[in-house]
Design a protein around this ligand. Sequence first.
Ligand SMILES: Cc1ncc(COP(=O)(O)O)c(C=O)c1O
Length: 398
Amino acid sequence: MSETAERIDWSSRLARRTEGQNSVIGGILALANASGVINFTGGFPDPEVFPTDSLAPIVDRLLTGDVQVALQYAPSEGIASTRDTFGELLRQREGRRPGPGELMVTSGGIDAITLLAKSLLDPADAVVVEEPSYLGAVSGFGAFGTTVRGVPMDEDGLDVDAFAAMLTAGPRPKLLYTIPEHQNPSGRTQSLARREALVRLCRQHGVLIVEDVAYRELSFDGSRLPSLWAMDPEITVQIGTFSKTIFPGVRLGWAAGPAEVIAQMAVAKQNSDQCAGALGQRMVEEFIRDGLFDAQLVRERALYRRRGEATVRSLRAHMPAGVTWTEPTGGFFTWLHVPGVDTTELALSARERDVAFVPGASFFAERVEHEYLRLSFSRISEPDIDEGLRRLALAIRG
Ligand SMILES: Cc1ncc(COP(=O)(O)O)c(C=O)c1O
């Protein structure tokens, strides 16, 4: 470079649609391993339950006997035997096996969201999410210039009447994205009556449901309501991930839905990562085929139940009057309302006390809300949960 040439500001050349896109998730990931901080930020599984002992012999087996598949490129829709295993898992759990072309392997949950967005959304389209919602979905759908609308929720999940009013007022959104179980960030689960009403409404208006079942297997007592996909597979794409239940380092999940949508998602995958990593697909497949998945879930439910219950106990013990929270029955999260406090500012004073959480504002697609925050209790020891919430309460009291 010549000494006199001016430095080019590349930020002025970024695509117009990136304007206003921020990196909340990047911030969460950067904080993930900060030392000395009691970290309630990311929805991370606890490494304590990573199944290292059972994975070691599986990897060994694959590296000796399956190199041609496990270390090779894979079909975009996934390795046939892996799809077969996931299909069987769905049959056992949901009472329905995806038909031909109705199932593909994805590189985790966020990949499924991106593939759906690439396959279904034009800039003039609208997508509806419950508010608050997973910020990876809010920004993932918004990244394509699509309008992301929000529907409120309450203790029973998405407010179906409010959604019905939105549909009547028009225009029809391309899809509705919902997390029926132990929702990120609110921890809430959609009731059976709401599920039935939602499926009826979406069928009546011809709206595709995208149900994200990231935390479905992680109810503290092992129970689960019928999935939306099981209730009406013709209008639902179920997306799932093994990030929370096996480990996220593998980046593996699935999408099950109408064959024409899945086929287009597989095409979209060809110009993103082309295929989910074959080694990961075969590892997870063997893990499930060896019958290890259920025992893994039992360990996880017990651990996260202890953490969830400890969180609620400590919130009761430490929080000032007026602060309210959701009581989780599974998953990783509880959602706090701190009246009169801007939680983005609170995050700064909390950091001075070495405690971190995610401010609620970025979980909203439409509404402007500053008084909420998300706590993830999944990978904090019970003593640290108590100490962290004691410090957070001090920060709230100012
Ligand atoms: C609801 C929900 N969906 C999807 C994901 C992302 O899953 P993955 O890590 O497999 O991309 C997350 C992770 O936080 C999540 O909470």
